[in-house]
Design a protein around this ligand. Structure first.
Ligand SMILES: Cc1cc2nc3c(=O)[nH]c(=O)nc-3n(C[C@H](O)[C@H](O)[C@H](O)COP(=O)(O)OP(=O)(O)OC[C@H]3O[C@@H](n4cnc5c(N)ncnc54)[C@H](O)[C@@H]3O)c2cc1C
Length: 298
């Protein structure tokens, strides 16, 4: 890791910046080193001022949601990590069949809110870790539906740090993610369907049972590792190589979903990376196919 001091260009923002802040607790794998500079603005005004400064000084930043799709390396992450987890970025409101959620709101809180309001559509996402920002960027979902299909419009900060509204047709949603030409997603508005809450709860239970059967236990730190190759299922390919249960350090291939790696306490990012290499090699040897990473390594 580099410096332990606040960069001179950012001293005005010291109130909401931490230098060398641990990141592991903010990720689903719960491993990895600290952020050189973790920035958690307390309001939209603070976020805009901060981002303007970054643009003016050519400082690059990355955004952290709930770290469901990230592997933070043991040595930590250089540069600026932005986290939008305070109430200013997590609010959820409804208006008729529309639900608006801040990008830092978790999928689980959005689904709970929608259910109470009698708004249906997002049930298949139940049990997926993630914030609205991360889930939308990755167009989270399963083979039957994805989050993008319910999004009507989003609010973003554009490359000038101005708030802009983008309509559904301004974005491109696909199974590999969402193309949004703006650096920061602020909120998303979903168009859902009105339905009795008890009928929604029934579907939620069904989805929950299906998801949970195919995911590591909720108390386990884990991540889904590879993308599904076109027309194929990465978990099935991995299972056929016989690596289920294989362990490197504290990292092992999940029995419930062979495309997930579980990290026991004490696991290092290096363990996970070595296990990823091992799985890739086995799949390559057996099927002559190179699995592509779904998670991003920071
Ligand atoms: C055990 C397990 C099982 C999973 N199963 C599935 C599954 O079945 N289907 C599926 O689709 N996914 C699955 N995932 C992946 C995970 O649910 C999604 O990747 C998740 O929605 C990502 O959200 P996040 O908040 O954790 O994003 P992060 O991992 O924190 O970030 C993901 C990306 O989004 C960017 N980002 C985050 N917020 C913003 C923002 N406000 N503005 C701009 N960019 C932003 C980040 O910079 C990063 O590039 C699984 C994950 C785990 C751990």
């Amino acid at each position: 890791m580099a410096s332990t001091n606040l960069p001179a260009e950012l001293t005005d923002f010291a109130d909401f910046i931490q230098i060398g802040a641990p990141l592991a607790t903010y990720t689903q794998l719960r491993i990895g080193g600290p952020a050189e500079c973790l920035v958690q603005p307390r309001s939209l005004a603070e976020l805009i001022a901060f981002v303007k400064r970054c643009f003016a000084k050519h400082l690059r930043f990355r955004i952290l949601g709930s770290g469901g799709n990230l592997l933070v390396q043991d040595e930590g992450v250089k540069g600026i990590i932005l986290r939008l987890a305070v109430p200013a970025f997590t609010q959820i409101t409804t208006d008729g069949a529309r639900l608006k959620a801040g990008s830092g709101a978790t999928l689980s809180s959005v689904i709970a809110h929608a259910t109470h309001a009698g708004l249906a559509g997002l049930e298949t996402l139940v049990g997926l870790p993630g914030t609205i920002g991360g889930a939308l960027l990755l167009n989270a979902g399963d083979r039957t539906s994805d989050i993008g299909q319910y999004v009507r419009r989003v609010e973003v900060l554009d490359s000038q740090a101005s708030v802009q509204v983008r309509e559904h047709q301004d974005m491109r949603f696909s199974s590999t993610g969402t193309i949004l030409d703006d650096p920061i997603l602020l909120s998303a508005e979903f168009e859902l369907e009105r339905e009795r809450a008890d009928a929604i709860v029934k579907r939620l239970r069904k989805s929950w049972i299906q998801h949970k059967a195919m995911q590591p236990f909720s108390y386990q730190s884990s991540a889904r590792i590879f993308k599904n190759p076109p027309g194929l299922n990465a978990a099935v390919l991995i299972e056929q190589t016989g690596v289920i249960g294989t362990k490197v350090g504290g990292a092992f291939v999940s029995e419930r979903n062979p495309n997930c790696i579980v990290a026991e306490p004490g696991t290092t990012a290096r363990d996970v990376l070595r296990l990823i290499d091992l799985i890739r090699t086995r799949v390559q040897d057996r099927f002559h196919l190179e699995l592509e990473l779904a998670i991003t390594v920071w």
